[in-house]
Design a protein. Structure first.
Length: 407
């Protein structure tokens, strides 16, 4: 049987795992559970070994007939009926509910706890309520989960060499970031990553510099896809967003001087003023040399970190609890303690902090993996790279967030 999941979701784990907290932000994570997650890095020999064991367990489960599908009934604590019995059996098969609780048509606290464990393993908010995202995840056949684990085991093995004593893992389909030191996870962060039509790339590099209170220069793709349509709808959009326009000579021009009914705007440079309350990069940008022009950054739109669906960017990675993240990156840079970091933020001025020992960073695509405690994690194949048709869970994840907004 698959071991029970003791995992804190990306959206809340900074409040819970390793005693972290955003210094000046308050995220309500009480409803997301208080379970802790393994400190084994996703990219590590231990994770490879655990995933190999998970392949064997799931293969045996699939050969034994796997599991049936649960219905779309919105079950919660107190629900009654045959659908609850079906849910119990499904949770027992995946190891999220003890076999002694396999029978019964009442949705009791044991079923609720088992469902929360399952939701955590799928990267979902542990609501303890059967919602569209949960149904989609639980109804993936066991034989498909076997193939998903096998595909990702190959990816994990490709990182099995020495990645260094300190490094960062960006797992795109999990929309999460891990910082690692001495083969242990130090911090975890929810992230906003690339949309399906603006995918975050996969690459390896090193983090070299932190920019406090940066300007944001709008990429050409966003000018064409976003700014021009928004200006056609609302001529005051750029002014309201404090975005300035510069011509090829570096002279500022006014929005009224641009023909927004054409693509003339693509000839100009657009730059947003600093300011964590409005600037798209928040109060910090993390520079990573790469051929794709992407980077990591803070964001003023922190509400996204509470969503199950966090595929919202144009390719860059938005960070939750970014102060903890930059404290890790600058840990070996003389003079950059947390007080200095906060002072740089509070100054409101553009300050650049070189990372004395550039930190390796790995932007990866891992949708299934396991840890030595027996927990097996699965995520939606958002970019359809596994070739198993699991990207179809995207709509269900969006439905989860839409449903949550009503309550």
């Amino acid at each position: 049987m698959v071991g029970s999941a003791f995992y804190t979701p990306a959206a809340a784990q900074q409040q819970l795992a390793f005693g972290q907290a955003e210094w000046q932000q308050n995220y309500d994570s009480a409803q997301r559970g208080t379970q802790t997650r393994s400190n084994t890095p996703t990219l590590s020999p231990d994770a490879v070994a655990a995933t190999e064991q998970a392949v064997a367990r799931y293969r045996s489960l699939a050969e034994s007939g796997g599991w049936g599908k649960i219905g779309n009934d919105r079950l919660r604590l107190g629900s009654r009926g045959p659908a609850v019995q079906v849910l119990r059996q499904r949770l027992v098969l995946s190891g999220d509910l003890d076999a002694s609780a396999a029978r019964g048509e009442v949705f009791d606290s044991y079923v609720e706890a088992g469902l929360r464990k399952a939701q955590l393993r799928y990267g979902l908010a542990p609501t303890g309520v059967v919602n569209p995202g949960t149904v989609a995840a639980l109804n993936v056949p066991a034989e498909v989960r076997v193939r998903q684990l096998e595909v990702n085991l190959v990816r994990l093995r490709s990182y099995s060499g020495n990645l260094g004593n300190r490094y960062v893992i960006v797992n795109i389909p999990a929309a999460s970031v891990e910082t690692v030191a001495n083969n242990h996870v130090v911090t975890r962060h929810a992230a906003g990553v690339g949309k399906v039509d603006r995918q975050s790339p996969i690459f390896n590099s090193r983090i070299t510099e932190i920019n406090f209170n940066p300007f944001w220069t709008v990429p050409a793709s966003i000018i064409r896809k976003d700014l021009i349509p928004k200006m056609r709808q609302d001529p005051k959009y750029l002014t309201d967003q404090k975005i300035r326009i510069y011509n090829a000579e570096g002279q500022e021009i006014q929005p009224s001087q641009v023909d927004w009914n054409t693509y003339e705007a693509t000839r100009y440079r657009f730059r947003q003023d600093p300011g964590a309350d409005l600037n798209s990069m928040g109060f910090v940008r993390i520079n990573i040399p790469n051929p794709y022009g992407v980077y990591m950054h803070d964001t003023p739109a922190k509400g996204v970190f509470g969503d199950d669906f966090r595929f919202v960017s144009s390719g860059c990675v938005r960070m939750q609890n970014v102060r903890d993240y930059i404290a890790f990156l600058l840990e070996e840079s003389p003079g950059w303690d947390r007080q200095k970091i906060q002072a740089a933020i509070d100054s409101g001025k553009r300050i650049d902090a070189p990372v004395s020992n550039p930190v390796p960073v790995f932007w990866t695509y891992i949708t299934a993996w396991a840890t030595p405690d027996g927990v097996v994690q699965f995520r939606s194949d958002i970019y359809d790279r596994d070739g198993l048709g699991l990207g179809g869970q995207i709509a269900a994840l969006e439905a989860n967030d839409s449903d949550a907004s009503k309550h």
